[in-house]
Design a protein around this ligand. Structure first.
Ligand code: NAP
Length: 513
């Protein structure tokens, strides 16, 4: 056998943390045969799109950053959106990625070519691009979700989604309505409350909210981090350890969950003296079922005299405001949707057609799933970053993205070494992995009495990783191609024949309940 050492051509979608991480690691591995397609005019993904006032990360910066590009000079414990965006833009420059990025180029469809064993990509302008491998860095939270409320488009004033903030609208003295009280809303409600004449917050479900221990780093501290890289590295590991402990919040009847709930109740009690408002803001589902929110200024802003929290169901939006089920009309000048993202459809609205013309929508009709959240049977040479069941409720997604990138590079390395033109995860390996994964999900609080973007309409948890992240790191530290069918120039070379169980990675996913 002659080993193939030419690099495959690789199309990467998106320039968020995921797309940039893959680009950087490919360059570091000496692979230059790739293009990153980005539909916007600049890099940054979610950190480019979410410019709402108060936008910040709720994971500490020293861990919400690449392990290979640690910074000593983060301005504060929890960096704000402009600083994270600048970090990602800096990565494009530092690693020389600019020549590999095609901005303003949206990929609308991916078709696998069974003859050529590679992908055809189509852009929004109809251009055709061929690639051996496709890597999606689109993530889970890139398409804003708008509520399905009668009259949504009839509102006469400015109306916009938090991920498409209209900075031309001056909220000073305005009557502003906000629909939603999730992770985005708790960040923009305090600054909006300070500016608006009156703010009405339409809350469907209250959340558990714990204090944010944010602070600016002094010049001295930053200089100390710069002088002693070991100090910064130790902080990073410390943060990782503490965040990992928080995973226990997701487990049913956990002590950590009880402690988080106590902290949330204490903050609520201290910040909201009015018992009626406090009762409106107290969740009735286990902590961790929805994302635990981290904010110290959210409740105080709701307790201000210019803010009303409305918990009545919205029945209609009309040109002058919002009507609720109790018949009350809330007159508004501006309407803001903090209503989250269409999270369970993953690659949508892109059309993805795999081997033998199978549509990914059909393959995922019972809910998205993948092997290790990365590969999908029947869709050879397609790799997903931040794909199904790899979201976290407790730790940095950058950690998961780096693990997935490592796995991808190991796949590519083995494909090159073995002269493989394509790899396609075996259906049985994927199914076995997901059966075990869903068993682990059963041990978490996500399936309990709450709705969340972690699950699809049928209630299947399609978004979250149900174990500690070191477990995921362990499973992805190297790619075991015995879980894959593969082939060279048309012929199958491995995993050929009946699907058999027993890939090492699959079996390693044991559940503890
Ligand atoms: P979200 O958590 O999905 O919150 C959406 C909000 O809109 C919820 O309060 C939801 O109520 C409400 N809503 C939706 N449809 C509604 C309707 N028809 N009527 C009334 N209310 C409605 O979305 P998000 O706040 O944008 O956050 C999404 C995710 O983005 C987060 O969980 C997090 O992973 C990420 N994020 C991260 C950060 C960070 O700091 N790292 C910051 C922001 C966002 P229900 O709860 O009743 O559904």
């Amino acid at each position: 056998m002659t080993a193939r050492r030419t690099s495959p051509s690789i199309a990467i979608l998106g320039t968020g943390f995921a797309g940039l991480c893959v680009g950087i690691q490919l360059l570091r591995a000496g692979i230059t045969s790739f293009t990153i397609f980005e539909k916007a005019s600049g890099p940054g993904g979610t950190w480019r799109d979410n410019t709402y006032p108060g936008a910040a990360c709720d994971i500490p910066s020293h861990f919400y950053s690449f392990s290979f590009d640690r910074r000593a000079d983060w301005s504060r414990a929890y960096a704000r959106q402009p600083e994270i965006l600048a970090y990602l833009e800096g990565c494009v420059d530092t690693y020389g990625l600019a020549p590999y990025i095609r901005y303003d180029t949206e990929i609308t469809s991916l078709h696998y070519d069974d003859e050529r064993n590679g992908w055809h990509l189509t852009t929004a302008t109809g251009e055709q691009v061929a690639a051996d491998l496709v890597v999606s860095g689109l993530g889970q939270l890139n398409r804003p979700a708008y509520p399905t409320i009668t009259g949504l488009h009839r509102f006469a004033g400015p109306a916009f989604h938090s991920a498409r903030w209209d900075h031309d609208v001056d909220l000073t003295g305005q009557r502003v309505g906000v629909i939603g009280t999730g992770a985005s809303a708790v960040q923009f409600i305090p600054p909006v409350a300070r500016q608006a004449g009156h703010l009405t917050v339409f809350q469907r479900t209250p959340n558990w909210v714990i204090p944010k221990q944010d602070r600016a780093f002094s010049e001295r501290t930053k200089a100390r981090f710069a002088r002693h890289p070991g100090l910064e590295r130790s902080l990073r590991w410390l943060l990782y350890g503490v965040l990992e402990i928080n995973f226990n919040t997701m487990r049913r009847r956990s002590k950590v969950g009880a402690a988080i709930e106590a902290a949330a109740r204490m903050q609520l009690k201290q910040q909201v003296p009015d018992p009626e408002l406090r009762s409106k803001l107290t969740p009735d589902f286990p902590v961790g079922c929805k994302r635990v929110l981290i904010a110290s200024d959210f409740f105080p802003s709701l307790a201000q005299p210019n803010t009303t929290v409305c918990t009545e169901t919205i029945t209609e939006i009309d040109p002058t405001g919002v009507r609720t089920i109790d018949g009350e009309h809330h007159d508004l000048d501006v309407l803001v949707f903090g209503t989250g993202f269409t999270s369970t459809e993953f690659l949508a609205p892109m059309e993805v057609i795999g081997r033998n013309g199978v549509d990914l929508n059909d393959a995922w009709r019972d809910g998205a799933e993948a092997y290790l959240g990365i590969t999908v049977s029947g869709f050879p040479n397609l790799f997903l970053l931040y794909g199904p069941n790899t979201n976290l409720g407790h730790n940095s997604i950058v950690f998961m993205i780096e693990a997935q990138t490592r796995y991808l590079l190991h796949c590519i390395d083995q494909m090159q070494a073995g002269g493989l033109q394509w790899i396609d995860v075996r259906a049985d390996a994927m199914s076995e992995f997901n059966t075990a994964l869903q068993r682990a999900v059963d041990g978490t609080v996500w399936g309990t009495s709450c709705t969340s973007w972690y699950k699809n309409a049928a209630g299947k948890v399609t978004n979250n990783w149900p174990r500690h992240t070191y477990h995921y790191w362990w499973l992805t530290r190297r790619a075991d191609l015995s879980a894959y069918h593969s082939g060279r120039d048309g012929g199958m070379t491995q995993g050929n024949g009946a699907d058999t169980t027993g890939s090492r990675s699959t079996l390693a996913f044991t559940t503890k309940r």
